[in-house]
Design a protein around this ligand. Structure first.
Ligand code: G4P
Length: 295
């Protein structure tokens, strides 16, 4: 699903979350483990107004596990609590109520000290489209509650869903817009399928992905498409296009005169990448000292 994020949509999406904040103890910020920066909303700190927050890196099953660990450490150093999950299978989701409780411990202890009976923690899941909000809500609830493909501006009666005894989730997630200011962010989102291909040129998206894999996941790329020679200079576009052509030849994307149909090759490459056929990959790493091009 794609939303055209006109300024009016952004204002409305923001207002919808701000209206809910007063009902909440905690916000669960859902991001994509393959691109934890690019899949964050640029104004998230501002929007959440200091509300306690749990960062959940979703689709960890598709991401490079060692880099996901680095990201969790990065967020810890930034003063956040972060966990990794795979909402599609449910892997890791049990950690969410545990960490939520940890985050709210002081408040809960204060309530107990005052003789109050602490109620369940009330939380809202927020994140950009396609990050897996509905999948996570349904997984945590153990049934189909959140319709995938919710749109900002579409309102319905909201309900709290009980997750065990300590947590209640709003059934409708908060939808936020992704970053737009940096073109590379757009390409990273497009490579993973988070934004629709019509917005950017298909061959450009594939070029970006192929170049990235040439640099950081050459083994997986060369194995999948039987590539022989690693480009010497990935900054030379001709060398990347040559790899795209080799991919196209491997998949039989040949048009008259023996030319490779690059558009078709691009589509096949992206489909296979997104389906996990090239293995697990992450498009940005937090500790840029030894991986300068990742950020
Ligand atoms: P949203 O509410 O944030 O917009 O996202 P949604 O839950 O609709 O999920 C978007 C897509 O991401 C869905 O795939 C969903 O299955 C997939 N997804 C969500 N979480 C995970 C995860 O942890 N791992 C993996 N591998 N995929 C995940 P889809 O292609 O749109 O639909 P479908 O193939 O599931 O039918």
């Amino acid at each position: 699903m794609t939303i055209q994020w006109f300024p009016g949509h952004m204002t409305r999406a923001r207002r919808q979350i701000e209206e809910k904040l007063k009902l909440l103890d905690l916000v669960i910020e859902l991001i994509d483990a393959r691109l934890p920066l690019s899949s964050r909303n640029p104004m998230i700190d501002d929007i959440l107004q200091g509300k306690p927050r749990l960062i959940v890196l979703n689709k960890a099953d598709l991401a490079d596990p060692s880099v996901t660990r680095e990201w969790i450490e990065y967020f810890r150093q930034e003063g956040h609590v972060a966990v990794q999950v795979d909402a599609a299978s449910g892997q890791g989701i049990k950690e969410i109520p545990v960490k939520a409780k940890e985050l709210m411990r002081e408040k809960i202890e204060r309530q107990i000290a005052k003789g109050m009976n602490p109620r369940a923690i009330r939380a809202l899941i927020v994140g950009i489209p396609n990050v897996g909000k509905s999948t996570l809500i349904n997984r945590m609830a153990g049934k189909n509650i959140a319709a995938t493909g919710d749109r900002p501006g579409v309102t319905k009666a909201q309900q709290w869903i009980k997750i065990g005894t300590d947590l209640e989730l709003l059934d409708t997630p908060g939808i936020l817009w992704p970053k737009f200011e940096d073109q590379n962010v757009g390409y990273r989102l497009a490579v993973t399928g988070a934004i629709r291909e019509e917005i950017l040129n298909l061959e450009d998206i594939a070029f970006f992905g192929v170049k990235y894999l040439v640099q950081y996941y050459w083994e997986a790329l060369s194995e999948r498409f039987d590539l022989k020679e690693q480009p010497q200079d990935p900054d030379n576009p001709d060398e990347i296009v040559a790899v795209m052509e080799a991919i196209g030849r491997k998949r039989g994307c040949i048009v008259s005169g023996g030319r490779v149909d690059l558009e078709k090759a691009s589509g096949i490459f992206l489909r296979e990448l997104r389906a996990g056929k090239l293995g697990r990959y992450t498009l940005e790493a937090p500790f840029h000292l030894n991986k300068p091009a990742l950020l």
